[in-house]
Write a protein that binds this ligand. Structure first.
Ligand code: FAD
Length: 507
C-alpha cells in the first residue's frame, strides 16, 4: 500500500538527527497547533525510531542496524580509510591534489542520523569557542541539555574515575578558571535505579511529546531532493518516496534543513540557493589519541552485570573531560576502557577501567577556502550534486597538532604508563564533527549563510540546522551547541509564525 505523504505542512523538517528532532520537539511543545513533518532519507533502524543502536542488546541486530545506516554505498568502500560502524564515507572527492583533504569524511543515513551511533559527549563550549553575538547562549545550552537528557553524574561510581580526574586535575587545573577544570564529561545518557543505561539518540530529543503529537509525522526513507523557492521564499520541498520511487511536492510555510554539514549545503545548492559562504569555512577538528595504563591503582570490585546485559562495559567506564580554554586550546576526552585497545603481553588481562584512552581535539584555523563544492553535472548515490572537498591544514594547524601531542603526553604521564611510545594523529574526518558550511553570522556580509535564528540570508521561510551553523572554531564535541542553536531557531518560529499568516503567504 502506498503510504501517505502530506501535501502541506506548516513546518517541513529535512533530517531526523538531533538538530531536526529539536525543531520537531520544541515546536510540538510551544505550538501544538502547527502541522509538522520530518523527512528522513534513511530507514528506521531502532525502536523507538532514532534511538541509539548501543541500546540494542542483540549483537546481530545491532550490527544490522549499523549496516542499514550506511547509505546507498553501504559496505562498498574498502579502501583502508578509517570508518566507524553506522557511517559511510564520501566515496570520492574527499582529497584534491596537493591538499590534505578529509579522507574520513563520514555521514549516516538513518532515522536519528549520526546520533544513533555517537559517543554522547555533550560538553559546553568555552572561551573563544562560544558565539559572542548570541546573548542567551547559556539558556539555550541548558535547554539543549534537557532535550538530550545530559547528565554529569551518570557514572559517578565508575572504578578509578575519581583517581583519573585527581591526577589530570593536578596536571591541568592550576591555571584554569572556575568551571573549566578537569571534571566528569557531561554525557547524553540515562541510568535508571537498577543501573541500566540508555544512551540518548534522536528518540530522546523527539520525546514522547512529539511521538504523541497528532500533528507531527516522521517520514523515513524520504529523500528531499529539492527545496522549492519562489520569489525569494521557500514554499515547500520535493520529496522522493524511496519505498516506491514516487515523487511528491509538499508545500510548507517554513522549511528547516537539518541534513548534516555536508548535505545541508548540498540541498541548498541543488535548489539554487547559493550564498557566497555556502559550503565554506568547512572545518573538522584535528585529533590526537594515546592510551595509558593507570599506575599504582588498587584492585576494584567488578560492577554487577546489567540484567539486560547492556551496561557491562559502561559499569567499568568513566569519561573525564579536560575543557578547552584559550590558554590550552584543546578539548581532552579521557575514556576508561574495559579492555586494552592494543594487544598486551599474552596472559596480561588488565583490570577493567585501568586502560585509559585519551583523545585530544584541536580547534581548526578557519579558512574560507576550506570548502565543500558541488558539481552541476555529476551526482552522488542519491542523485544530488556530487561533492568535492577542498581542505588544507595551515601552519597554525600543524603547530596546534604538535602542541596537542605534547598536551596528551603530559596527560598520559600524569596517569600512568603509555601503551605506545608516541600518540597517534588520526586521519582528517575522524572527529566526525564537521562544522562551518552553513555558518551563522551577526550580519549578512558574505562570510555567513544564516542569522542567529538560523534564517538563511535573503530567502524567507528557510532555515538551516546542525553542526554546519556553528561559526566559531571549536574543539569540543558540537552536538550540544548545534541543538542549542536549533532551539533558538525553533523558538523563533514558534514566536513568529501563525498558521493563518502561512496560509496567506501561500495564497
Ligand atoms: P545528523 O545526525 O547527521 O542527521 C542528519 C540527517 O539528515 C541524517 O539522518 C541524514 O540521513 C538526513 N538527510 C541528509 N540529507 C537528506 C535529504 N536530502 N533528505 C532527507 N534526509 C536527509 N557528537 C558529539 O557532540 N559528541 C560525541 O560524543 C559524538 N560522538 C560521535 C561518535 C560517532 C561514532 C559518530 C558517528 C558521531 C559522533 N558525534 C558526536 C557527532 C554527532 O553524532 C553529530 O554531531 C550529530 O548527530 C549531528 O546532528 P544533526 O542532526 O545535525 O545531523
Amino acid at each position: 500500500m502506498t503510504r501517505k505523504i502530506p501535501t502541506h505542512v506548516d513546518v517541513a523538517i529535512v533530517g531526523s538527527g538531533p538538530s531536526g528532532a529539536t525543531y520537531a520537539r520544541v515546536l510540538t511543545e510551544l505550538r501544538p497547533d502547527l502541522e509538522l513533518a520530518t523527512f528522513e532519507v534513511g530507514p528506521v533502524v531502532s525502536d523507538p525510531p532514532g534511538s541509539h543502536v548501543k541500546n540494542i542488546v542483540d549483537a546481530d541486530e545491532r550490527s544490522a542496524a549499523q549496516h542499514a545506516s550506511e547509505g546507498p554505498s553501504a559496505g562498498d568502500i574498502s579502501d583502508g580509510r578509517l570508518r566507524r560502524p553506522g557511517t559511510f564515507l564520501l566515496p570520492e572527492g574527499f582529497q584534491q591534489d596537493g591538499e590534505d583533504g578529509i579522507p574520513s569524511a563520514a555521514m549516516s543515513s538513518n532515522v536519528g542520523g549520526m546520533a544513533a551511533h555517537w559517543t554522547c559527549a555533550c560538553p559546553r563550549p568555552g572561551d573563544s569557542e562560544r558565539i559572542d553575538f548570541i546573548d542567551e547562549l547559556d539558556d539555550l545550552l541548558t535547554e539543549a541539555e534537557r532535550l538530550l537528557c545530559v547528565s554529569r553524574h551518570a557514572f559517578d561510581g565508575a572504578p578509578f574515575a575519581d583517581e583519573v580526574r585527581r591526577r589530570l586535575g593536578g596536571e591541568f587545573d592550576p591555571i584554569r578558571s572556575p568551571g573549566r577544570e578537569v571534571q566528569p564529561m557531561p554525557l547524553a545518557v540515562q541510568v535508571d535505579g537498577e543501573g541500566r543505561v540508555t544512551w540518548s539518540g534522536s528518540d530522546v530529543v523527539f520525546g514522547d511529546e512529539t511521538r504523541a503529537n497528532p500533528r507531527h509525522q516522521l517520514v523515513p526513507e524520504a529523500l528531499v531532493r529539492r527545496l522549492i523557492i519562489e520569489d525569494g521564499r521557500a514554499t515547500g520541498i520535493e520529496v522522493v518516496d524511496l519505498t516506491d520511487r514516487s515523487v511528491h511536492v509538499v508545500t510548507a510555510g517554513e522549511v528547516v534543513v537539518a541534513a548534516d554539514s555536508l548535505r545541508t549545503p548540498q540541498l541548498l545548492w541543488a535548489s539554487g540557493v547559493r550564498p557566497h559562504a555556502l559550503g565554506r569555512y568547512l572545518n573538522d577538528q584535528p585529533q590526537v589519541i594515546h592510551a595509558v595504563r593507570l599506575r599504582d591503582v588498587a584492585d576494584a570490585a567488578v560492577a554487577d552485570v546489567d540484567p539486560r546485559g547492556r551496561s557491562v562495559i559502561v559499569g567499568q567506564s568513566g569519561v573525564s573531560w579536560v575543557p578547552f580554554t584559550d590558554e590550552e586550546p584543546f578539548h581532552g576526552q579521557v575514556m576508561q576502557l574495559d579492555a586494552s585497545p592494543v594487544p598486551l603481553a599474552p596472559g596480561d588481562v588488565p583490570q577493567p577501567g585501568t586502560i585509559v584512552g585519551l583523545g585530544w581535539f584541536c580547534a581548526k584555523d578557519l579558512q574560507a577556502d576550506d570548502r565543500v563544492e558541488f558539481d552541476d553535472t555529476a551526482t552522488d548515490g542519491y542523485g544530488l550534486p556530487a561533492m568535492r572537498l577542498h581542505y588544507r591544514l595551515t601552519d597554525t594547524d600543524r603547530a596546534s597538532l604538535a602542541a596537542a601531542r605534547q598536551a596528551v603526553q603530559r596527560a598520559a604521564r600524569a596517569l600512568g604508563e603509555p601503551l605506545d611510545p608516541e600518540p597517534r594523529t588520526l586521519p582528517g574526518g575522524a572527529s566526525l564533527h564537521y562544522q562551518g558550511t552553513v555558518r551563522m553570522g551577526a550580519a549578512d556580509d558574505g562570510t555567513s549563510v544564516c542569522d542567529q535564528y538560523s534564517r538563511v540570508w535573503g530567502v524567507d521561510g528557510l532555515r538551516v540546522a546542525g553542526n554546519g551553523v556553528i561559526p566559531t572554531s571549536t574543539a569540543c564535541n558540537p552536538t550540544l551547541t548545534s541543538v542549542a542553536l536549533a532551539v533558538a531557531g525553533a523558538r523563533h518560529i514558534a514566536e513568529t509564525v501563525s498558521t493563518t499568516a502561512i496560509q496567506e503567504a501561500l495564497a
